[in-house]
Each structure stands twice: as C-alpha cells, then as structure tokens.
Design a protein around this ligand. Structure first.
Ligand SMILES: [Zn+2]
Length: 336
C-alpha cells in the first residue's frame, strides 16, 4: 500500500513551521482520537497515520531525511536491522552510508528513522515501529489538579524471550509463543499525571505500546484520563469554584472565615453587607501547564438563616427588615 505524504496527512505545506505542525496535529488528534470515535476503524487508521506523520515531521533530523528521500522518490531500501551489524547486504544494491551525508546511522536511531519513514509492511527487512496502545484511567479530582502518579494494569504484547521474536527455534515452531514471535503479559504501568490535567485529556507514555519488529522501536501508550468529579470543588477552566455558607450576622457585619481550596484552607475576610456574591482567592486554582498561569479559587457566599422560627427570631428579623434603604425587589422586571 502506498503511504500518503506526511505533509498531506497533516494538511500542512512543506514549509510548515514547528508551530503549524503542532497545531495541525493537535486539531487532527482531537478529531480522530479513538475515544471520540469508538469502533471507527477508519478514524483509528487516520489517527495512527497522523501520529506517525507528526512523529517524523516534528523531529528536525527525521524531517530533513524525509524531505530528501521524498524528493528522490523514496529509493528502495534494503538493509539489516542495526542489531545485526549495521549496513549488511542491500538486495537492491547501490545503497551505502555515503548517500546519507550528515546523518547518524547508529544504534536504534536507524530503525526508528526508517521504521517511521517507510512504514515497511511491504519489505520484510525493514524495522517497524510497534503499534500504539490505548488505555484509560480514572483519577480523583485533586490528583488531576495537583498532578501525581497513577498506575494502569494492561495486557502488553512483548517479543517472545525464547525465540527472540522469530517464532521459530531452528526448524521448529517456538512452543512458548506458538510461532507468533510475541507473548502477552499483564504489566502495571506507572503514569505520570501532569498538574492541571483535564477530564478527557490524553497522557502519552512512550515505549509502552506493542513491540517493534526487526529492531523497530516499541509503540507508545495513549491513556485517556477521566477525572472523578469532586463533591465540593468544581473546575471551570483554570478556576475552581466552591460555596461557603455564612450566618446572617457574618454577612451583615463582615467576618473572617475559613475558605477551603484545593491548595488548603485559607482565611478570608468578607466585607460588611455581603450578599450572595462571588469572591476570589487569587492563584489558588489550577496551574495551566500550557500557559504556566494559575487560576483562582472562586467562592460563592450563601447566607444561611436559622431553621427554627421563634418569637425572638421574628423580633430580630422584623428589626432587620426595617433597615432596608429601598425595596429589595425594585430592580425586577415588571408588567410581563
Ligand atoms: Zn517464541
């Protein structure tokens, strides 16, 4: 199958800046993410295509190589995986390191580079990057806001340790993997949750996907994060909202009260004549990993009146009622 041009995949021009690439990638990844399109094979294919294109183009060196081979019409490649000793027999011939001045062809970079560049299903000698894996975790609200670690148990395919991925032991089929070359095992993966992670966000864990073939690098794991709602705090953008009840006296006379925030409890002064307004504690909200700015804690004052109605209470509120400077409902719309 002929691969589409990486620039075309991302819908950008050949001159696209790093920023253009990132924007295009983000937009497409959001649209095509498997969690947004459950069971949609076409979207899944496109998602992987986009991932692969971005992996190459974001890396200046790989991009240069891609641009160059692209112009040369993608020469036919034949080489051994790096693990077997660098450039071995090239079936097509005419291919040696000198064609590639300015590039390093050592270690895993080679497999990585060509695994990505030429995708290589057609050519059996090419290293191939492993499949990306998907996972999901649910984390508590506080951990999402403040960051932390979570762990996820998942079944991972690994290269069979007995036959080293070949599926064969001499002339026999490998009994451990029954010829598949890989075995599945349950692994617990530690996932770093960045501060300010949003509900529905994705965390990439490099190298925890499927095994590569013929020396290709391991795929990555993409974890979708669900954030358990908190019974008290509510996140809106980078701000966190909460409600603080006060007594009639505190509202009327002003007071110093304790305000719980995600970053601990803080003393705050509410002014005399406080009604139901929203007050703000600056910088006690969510630190946005993109902007580096921290949002605010916004708390709404709720005036609570005593439940029991008593003669003394009635006397007190009758007196209070006589103190209003103007009718409290004077600004409501009329004549509707
Ligand atoms: Zn095996």
């Amino acid at each position: 199958m002929k691969k589409r041009d990486y620039y075309e995949v991302l819908g950008v021009s050949k001159e696209a800046s790093e920023d253009d690439l990132k924007k295009a990638y983000r937009r497409l990844a959001r649209k095509l993410h498997p969690d947004v399109n459950p069971g949609d094979k076409t979207a899944q294919k496109r998602f992987q295509e986009v991932q692969e294109a971005y992996d190459v183009l974001r890396d200046a060196e790989k991009r240069r190589a891609y641009d160059r081979f692209g112009q040369a019409g993608r020469p036919s490649m034949g080489f051994e995986p790096p693990s077997s000793g660098g450039f071995g027999g090239a079936p097509g011939g005419g291919f040696d390191g000198t064609t590639f001045e300015g590039f390093q062809f050592e270690g895993g970079d080679l497999g990585d580079l060509f695994g990505n560049l030429f995708g290589g299903r057609a050519r059996r000698t090419e290293p191939e990057k492993g499949e990306d894996a998907q996972g999901r975790i649910e984390i508590p609200f506080r951990e999402a806001v403040l960051g932390g670690t979570a762990s996820l148990s998942l079944r991972r395919e690994k290269e069979c340790p007995r036959c080293h991925g070949t599926g064969r032991l001499g002339r026999d089929v490998c009994p451990t993997c029954r010829g598949r070359g890989r075995v599945a095992e349950v692994e617990t993966v530690r996932i770093k949750i960045p501060e300010g992670t949003e509900d529905g966000g994705t965390v990439r864990v490099p190298g925890k996907g499927g095994p590569g073939s013929r020396g290709g690098s391991t795929g990555d794991l993409y974890v979708t994060v669900r954030v358990t709602p908190d019974p008290y705090f509510e996140r809106r953008g980078d701000d966190i909202h909460g409600t603080v009840p006060v007594t009639v006296k505190e509202a009327y006379a002003g007071a110093e009260i304790d305000v719980p925030t995600i970053r601990g409890t803080f003393r705050a002064r509410i002014p005399p004549g406080t009604r139901g307004q929203k007050l703000r504690l600056r910088g006690k909200g969510v630190r946005n990993p993109r902007t580096g700015q921290t949002g605010d804690h916004i708390y709404t004052i709720r005036v609570v009146v005593p439940k029991a109605v008593t003669p003394a209470g009635l006397d007190a509120v009758t007196l209070l009622d006589s103190l209003y400077e103007e009718p409290v409902r004077k600004d409501l719309p009329r004549g509707l």
